[in-house]
Ligand binder design. Sequence first.
Ligand code: ZN
Length: 1015
Amino acid sequence: MLNCSDTPDSKREATELFLFSRVPVFLKTFGKFCRAKEVVYTWGAEGLPSVGSRKHLNFICFRFIIVIMLKSKTFVKKTRSGGVMKVVREHYLRDDIWCGSEVCTECKQESTVLQKDACMESSLCSYPHYLVPDTNVVLHQIDILEDPVICNVIILQTVLQEVRHRSAPVYKRLKDIIHEKEKRFYTFTNEHHRDTFIEREPGESANDRNDRAIRVAVKWYSQHLKTFESDTDGLKVVLLTNDQGNKQKAQDNGLLVYKCEEYVKSLIANPELVDRLALSSDDKNEITSSKVLFPEHLPLSRIQTGIKSSSFLQGTFRASRDNYLEATVFVQGEGEDSTEVLIQGLQNLNRAVHQDVVAVQLLPRSEWVAPSSVVLQDEGTAKDDEDAEEEEGKVTAVEAARKPTGKVVGIIKRNWRPFCGMLNVSQIKESTRHLFTPADRRIPRIRIETRQASTLSGQRIMVAIDGWPKDSRYPNGHFVRSLGGAGEKDTEEEVLLLEHDVPHQAFSQAVLSFLPKMPWAITPEDMMKREDLRPLTVCSVDPPGCTDIDDALHCRELENGNLEVGVHIADVSHFIRPGNALDKEAANRGTTVYLCGKRIDMVPELLSSNLCSLRSNVDRLAFSCIWEINHKAEILKTRFTKSVINSKASLTYAEAQMRIDDTNKNDDITKSLRGLNKLAKILKRQRIEKGALTLSSLEVRFHMDSETHDPIDLQTKELMETNSMVEEFMLLANISVAQKIYDEFSECALLRKHPAPPPSNYDILIKAAKSKVKIHTDSAKALADSLDAAKVDGFPYFNTLLRILATRCMMQAVYFCSGMDSDFHHYGLASPIYTHFTSPIRRYADIIVHRLLAVAIGADTTYPDLMDKHKQSALCNNLNYRHKMSQYAQRASVAFHTQLFFKSRGILNEEGFVLFVRKNAIIVLIPKFGLEGTVFFDSKDKVSPNIVFEEEGPTLSVEQHKFHIFDKVKVTISLDDSNIQHQKIRMALIEPVIPGVSVPAPDTERPAKKQKLDH
Ligand SMILES: [Zn+2]
């Protein structure tokens, strides 16, 4: 077992060597040192860089010699196959571990982290001091540790290891802090230091042993540093612990020790830091009443027994967006056998929060209910929450509509993250307790304590949940940080990135350290392994302003009269090597996220916009897919090769189109483009004949003001022939590569599939079209044909509307590992196999596909994870998740910019079409803006008109008028900003005119113009 990772600066933290003999390469190196069965090597708390490199092994040997062997422990371990393995664990102590302090003259350290003048102004500690937090302080008060105020902190190895075992997210955050130079967090490997390592005593629990190890290390530091200070008010070490017992023992040992809260409150210059304190368990009583509101959660042991005996079910808790008293628990079953359990009412929800893993118990059948269709927002104010009696609108449901209903009996795993939202400042004057309303409606409101309420009101802030006691109506939490004023562009952008879980921090030093050193050039060794395709007339065609060019093409006539077409893709996997920090970061990000006017890169800019970008007139490394094709677009030969290219032109779609159309032009680039265009048309026709769908979704493009970056115009994107030309060859390359990697690695090819939608998905499309045309949906081909035939005289937009609606019926395409699935079909493309090869700069899936292809053609070496179908499947899950979230983030960004646009425009009126009818509203699409909005017919402040909804149509009658899908309407468009967290585009009906319902057409003159007239 080899645990590998890369953190170059933790090299000196080599901690444990467990030596055995399963891995031959280690055997050779360690042959004379070890006698046992398996090699396990852990590097600090991190793991070790790419195993197998010579330099590395030398390094290990070197370390090995200087360590002093302390002792070996032997124990037996059951193996998976049932056998027994003897394991010898040897623990090495070293005398070369530095203390990391500037004042020290004894440790022979190469560099220091902790400052001599470590000054955090505290009323408790008037001297310079280093902080040593214990494990629980790190786990619960990580927000405090992250604050820029807190620096010069010693993180003991004992603490680091415990944190790693207990919380992966906190561990990652702690590692990030340690990497931040300004924070001056020093990791001290106390478990391997000769003077601070302790053994567990008989009868001592692991926890107590660790607490003692921490105290011993603190004691050592105090004495070690004292030797360099003559002054008694010199540098000291302060232990932070919230554990009363530990604190007492530390005091008895003569250590300086404070509770985290005591210490934070003592910081003179930073009173606001107190807000970031997580509430510890003994604070709870202070802010909650004695009244028990919720049933007790069952302990984990009872839950496990219950799940085993099937009296409980385990599932993911999904809160309703519309009704805060309702949720479902998704219980994953075998295959199709998954179920959803409905949960209604505060007591039954029992403090579960969206995304928690919970245990539920089904209620007796007689108590099952139907999902309520009411929209119910929790709007209670802070003052009445102490004894709010919930009126739970029990819906008496028809028998058929009832769903399996249950109650939450326990929490298996909390999935709390920091939430964005806004503060509802308490009505009570001078109260420090306030309710926080998260932006995500599925998250309950959270009670926090803060003294800065007046400053924070009107700002977007982040809050973390600390706990949810059974006597509290709301969970308790604490303020994490402010994101800025609500409604401001930068703030809202940050919110939407955070809420869609898009990793968007700057790349860390560890990641950047794996970038090539500049100036970079292609070396003769690179050339030797590659085909030199620089003489070819390669060019790229992209949207205007594209700087991350990952594909380029060429087409030329061969002597035999056939054509040679090449698709050349940026060779990103040459730069990103498996398993290093850069690779891990890209794998975690999964995709580049494109927002309006902003791009969040998957890989650092040096790669995305420079070394990997196939810009014109520079030599670039590529991975090429080259076909010999005849003039009927039949593929005669396919080959793949790593190459070097030199693109002759970076064109936009429009420029490429102009060259093709300009009969006076006859240069090589233009000829190449014409050849590609001709073939692409044939390929597309063939594809459509096979049943590929051409669907439609209106993509919007904003014209931004170059200075303010505000949207000044909004139009739908226009597609040219050249768009489809490039697309056609990318599809072809993806299909060719998919086939190749699957042929070579049937168990671990990373592929992409698009499942056929269940027939019922098409109901709405068939119903909507039925008065005008008949839509067949038995196959993709039948659907494609009937969409092509669907034309109505005098209604040219009808076909586009149908295609937009058809797109909504589709399933999501997903990545999967070929060894874990049997259905590979890509429904939309009508292809039996498909993958992603053509965008490795912005999609991580493509990087894996490049690596597989490179191994398949012998151009690169493989590594274990690449051939592990379970690991690959887990990777696919992350990529699918990131991909989905990036789409949501992109939509949210478009929505936000649309709102900004309409905010500046006042009320507009436009023509649109009914896209859906709902029970109390119609959804209208405005083709001009690609904008969808809702016209509600029941409003709080008006007498509702007479509304009748008919499921079968579906139609909605409003007074005398009956609305159908695709009806043409005229509406006003305006921005409803009454709820600053949930601004919305609102529409109101102008035409058809329904007395008492529709509104008069507004004066559409723009406010800006009016102002001009006034002057
Ligand atoms: Zn020292």
